[in-house]
Design a protein around this ligand. Structure first.
Ligand SMILES: Cc1cc2nc3c(=O)[nH]c(=O)nc-3n(C[C@H](O)[C@H](O)[C@H](O)COP(=O)(O)OP(=O)(O)OC[C@H]3O[C@@H](n4cnc5c(N)ncnc54)[C@H](O)[C@@H]3O)c2cc1C
Length: 377
């Protein structure tokens, strides 16, 4: 049994704490405000196929494994909490608004087939049979039955509850720096100093905050990539407005619509911007609403209950930082960028393997020091 301190209780820190504590490791978790970072704002699509992007061949296998691990994580979670889990395996539809978008969808489907991904071209009539509230004007549709979703806020609550039940100690303080040379010997917070035992491991899973924690040879090049996301409540007479995740291209702009059965809300997201505006940007909100309504016209009748902006922890090559630091008892786990909800199941499993002395092969592209040289130039 190992002693482990995890810094950061977003979806990655929480899933890691849960995985470790289930395997009888002794875990303490330090975070002033669990799940208040990117996790709070995320759409929660577990979508390795729909999210596949050209030239991201190193990322795709990690996303595929992560999607495979989610149902098992959810099954384990259900054994340790009575709270809702927010997992929905109804599948995903990808649709196109105009003819150029239809062409885009066609090309994406060819790429998906080239990599043997389970995506099926269907007629727009079939799409509307599955989701009758979709616009009759769509020009193309693809069904991806294996792309699921979780409700990140709900799932994070459930993970925290399960961790507490299993005995994880939560310290609600912010870490400022580590005392580290050959190994981490102390963790300094805004309130206190926590000694790290000789045989203890430390996991740095503080999302964007990991870049700010000093006292070790911190090589992380993290940047905030902002995303605006909206939430609407569906009136009783229209429920459910849709049941599957619907992703769409509208005049080349991507938009997604995520129904949440648990509270009859729908998330509409998300912009991608690096302009450092921390609050919802008017133009982005306008685009999201207009494009989502074009795909699912009934959204016009819903109540807008939230417009929010979160910051994704981006890395220069879109791959996470997951691996051992030079301080021998420190593991870095951050930089999950656009896919941290999906990848958290994978991150939890790989970190547990590292702590148990294994050397997972798929961490070869995730070395926390891979951008160190350019960092110092
Ligand atoms: C609008 C939007 C939509 C998204 N949609 C999706 C999606 O559909 N699917 C998907 O897979 N991903 C999505 N993402 C990305 C995903 O949200 C992130 O990749 C993921 O949340 C990263 O998780 P994390 O635990 O590493 O970081 P975070 O969720 O940011 O959590 C970090 C935690 O560390 C804590 N912390 C920070 N600094 C310190 C410190 N000094 N001391 C102690 N604790 C600290 C914070 O309080 C926080 O709780 C989306 C993101 C955004 C913004």
């Amino acid at each position: 049994m190992a002693k482990v301190t995890i810094i950061g209780a977003g979806i990655v820190g929480l899933a890691t704490a849960f995985s470790l504590t289930r395997r009888a490791h002794q875990v303490r978790l330090i975070d002033p405000s669990p799940a208040s970072g990117a996790t709070h704002y995320a759409g929660g699509m577990l979508a390795p196929v729909a999210e596949v992007q050209y030239r991201q061949e190193k990322l795709f296998p990690l996303m595929k494994d992560a999607a495979r691990y989610w149902p098992e994580l959810i099954a384990h979670l259900a054994e340790h909490t009575a709270l809702p889990l927010g997992f929905d395996d109804s599948g995903t539809l990808v649709v196109a608004a105009d003819h150029a978008d239809g062409q885009h969808l066609e090309e994406l489907a060819l790429y998906q087939h080239a990599f043997a991904m389970p995506a099926e071209r269907i007629t727009t009539r079939q799409a509307r049979t599955e989701e009758p509230a979709l616009s009759p004007r769509l020009t193309g549709a693809v069904s991806i039955p294996g792309d699921f979703q979780i409700y990140p806020r709900v799932c994070a609550e459930a993970l925290l509850d399960a961790c507490r039940t299993l005995g994880v100690c939560h310290i609600a303080e912010a870490v400022t720096h580590l005392k580290a040379a050959e190994r981490v010997t102390a963790i300094h917070t805004t309130e206190s100093v926590y000694e790290v035992d000789e045989d203890e491991q430390v996991v740095l899973a503080a999302g964007l905050g990991a870049g700010e924690i000093t006292g070790w040879d911190n090589p992380l090049q993290l940047r905030p990539v902002y995303g605006d996301i909206l939430r609407v409540r569906v009136p009783a007479a229209l429920q459910p407005l849709c049941t599957k995740v619907v992703r769409a291209f509208v005049e080349d702009r991507p938009v997604y619509i995520i129904p949440r059965a648990v509270d009859q809300t729908i998330a509409i997201g998300a912009s991608t911007r690096e302009d450092h505006l921390r609050e919802p940007k008017v133009g982005a909100v306008y685009d999201l609403l207009r494009d989502a309504i074009r795909i699912l016209p009934g959204l016009e009748e819903c109540e807008l209950i939230e417009a929010a902006t979160g910051a994704r922890p981006g890395s220069p090559d879109d791959l996470p930082y997951l691996g051992r630091a030079r301080a021998r008892n420190l593991i870095v786990s951050t930089g999950y960028f656009r896919h941290g909800i999906l990848l958290s199941s994978w991150a939890a499993r790989r970190t547990t393997e590292l702590i148990e002395g294994l050397a997972p092969e798929d961490l070869q592209h995730c070395d926390p020091y891979r951008h160190e040289r350019s960092h110092t130039l």
